[in-house]
Write a protein that binds this ligand. Structure first.
Ligand code: UD1
Length: 427
């Protein structure tokens, strides 16, 4: 298994290109199942999760054509997806286990073919993460659900019927599944307490391009009038706000100075506010977002994760790595996932002073973190260890980096280009 070795203590200085959002690309790819015409996605990131989704869709009858890299060879790809009739409407255990977002084929398969078999995801490192909400809300559209042999067998023999769905809490995946199902349902569907994450808006806009009738995009109430069929479209995947945030923090944690190309500050306002309070200067320029933390003594800031537009749970681990290096204390509260402090024991091994009380972690900044061998447990936890390693004295080795490859494209190259001493050790 590959490891990443970092010799820390160098301020980052340079430019980083930010790619298309993984969490937008996955549902957009699944949406290609809704039509037999080609859906062309540009700015698709090159990541392990995207390959997993491509494998799953191939099983479900989707033919994919790579239209080549973008001119600079780095920042994204153009891929065409065309869903021919699928004999196999299954998302098998092997793929769902590897990537929970596989469950996003449920809504479109049901809408297009009236049936789907999707493995139950089971547990994962950051909590139980059930799919009960996806199933309950699809049932309101007339879907019959049976659980058998570890699989969800969902059927809509008489087609999907529009309905009002009130989500009891915000779920990104359930909102996306319902949006895709409702696009081809008979009549109007109203989704209340819908997720407002920018990736949901990106999906809704792509569905509009395919001919869907959707109102209320980016608001908590989505109104979808079902149409008889959808057509192909071309869509640019929205920029990755979590990759953006990760490099904002990489710059801050090393007290560096970096330009983030293609980044959009409006998608990451809660994090920018917290970083501004901590003492980092972030400005939007014509060339991108400029982050300046040179010679700063940063202070501790409290944050609490919340659905968008609140502070993202996917930035919590990275923010903790930064808070570990400030001159103050910070309380970080996780409200979205239980068990999402898996990075804490590893950060402590690097000298961080963190105490967890229930859903909150108290982080007291230390003068210096020190390099250590550490173990990645999930995607965002592993990148937080990389960030801590960039700031630490000495050498850090992060093991099990396959988690990183699920969500960060060429991470070590992008950091090395800004002067980090980082390398991948292959075994
Ligand atoms: C998506 C993101 C993930 C991010 C998360 C929250 C993708 C591919 N992944 O995941 O990176 O961390 O949003 O912003 O976009 N829940 C249930 N029952 C359900 C569905 C969810 O109890 O049926 C719970 C989850 O366990 C979690 C909370 O609801 O505690 C929010 O999860 P959800 O928004 O659904 O996350 P995902 O869509 O899986």
């Amino acid at each position: 298994m590959d490891r990443i070795r970092i010799r820390g203590g160098r301020p980052l200085e340079g430019r980083v290109p930010i790619g298309g959002a993984k969490n937008a690309a996955l549902p957009l790819m699944a949406a290609s199942l809704l039509t037999d015409e080609p859906v062309t996605l540009a700015n698709l990131p090159h990541l392990a999760d995207i390959s997993t989704m491509a494998n799953l869709l191939a099983r479900n009858g989707v033919e994919m054509g790579m239209n080549g890299d973008m001119p600079d060879g780095h920042t994204g790809r153009v891929v065409s997806l065309q869903a021919r009739d699928a004999a196999d409407r299954t998302a098998p255990y092997d793929l769902v286990r590897r990537m929970r977002a596989s469950v996003l084929v449920l809504g479109p398969l049901l809408a297009r073919y009236g049936e789907a078999r999707v493995s139950l995801p089971g547990g994962c490192a950051i909590g139980t993460r059930p799919v009960d909400l996806h199933l309950q809300s699809l049932q309101e559209l007339g879907v019959e659900v049976e659980i058998e042999g570890g699989y969800i067998h969902a059927r809509a023999p008489r087609g999907l019927k529009g309905a009002t769905v009130i989500f009891p809490f915000v779920s990104v995946g359930a909102t996306e599944n319902l949006l895709m199902a409702a696009a081809l349902a008979d009549g109007e569907t109203v989704l209340q307490n819908a997720a407002r994450e920018p990736e949901v808006g990106d999906l809704a806009r792509c569905l509009q391009g395919m001919g869907a009738d959707i109102e209320g995009i980016d608001s908590p109430t989505l109104r979808v009038r079902g149409v008889g069929s959808l057509r192909g479209t071309r869509h640019d995947v929205i920029v990755d706000r979590i990759e953006t945030g990760t490099y904002l923090i990489a710059t801050a944690v090393t007290r560096g100075h970096v330009l983030l190309e293609n980044a959009r500050l409006d998608l990451t306002a809660a994090l920018v506010k917290a970083l501004d309070e901590a003492g980092v200067t972030i400005t939007e320029t014509d060339a991108g977002v400029l982050v300046d933390a040179r010679d700063r003594r940063l202070t501790g800031v409290d944050v609490m994760t919340e659905p968008y537009p609140g502070f993202p749970t996917d930035m919590q681990a990275q923010f903790m790595a930064l808070m570990a290096t400030t001159g103050g204390a910070s309380m970080i509260t996780e409200t979205i996932f239980e068990n999402r402090f898996m990075h804490v024991p590893e950060l402590r091994r690097m000298g961080a002073d963190v105490t967890v009380h229930g859903a909150s972690a108290i982080v007291r900044g230390v003068e210096r973190l020190s390099g250590a061998p550490v173990m990645a447990t999930d995607l965002r936890a592993s990148v937080s260890l990389i960030l801590a390693g960039l700031a630490a004295h000495g050498t850090t080795e992060v093991n099990r980096v396959y988690h990183l490859d699920r969500g960060y494209e060429r991470l070590e190259d992008k950091l090395a280009q800004c002067g980090a001493d980082i390398e991948r050790v292959k075994e």
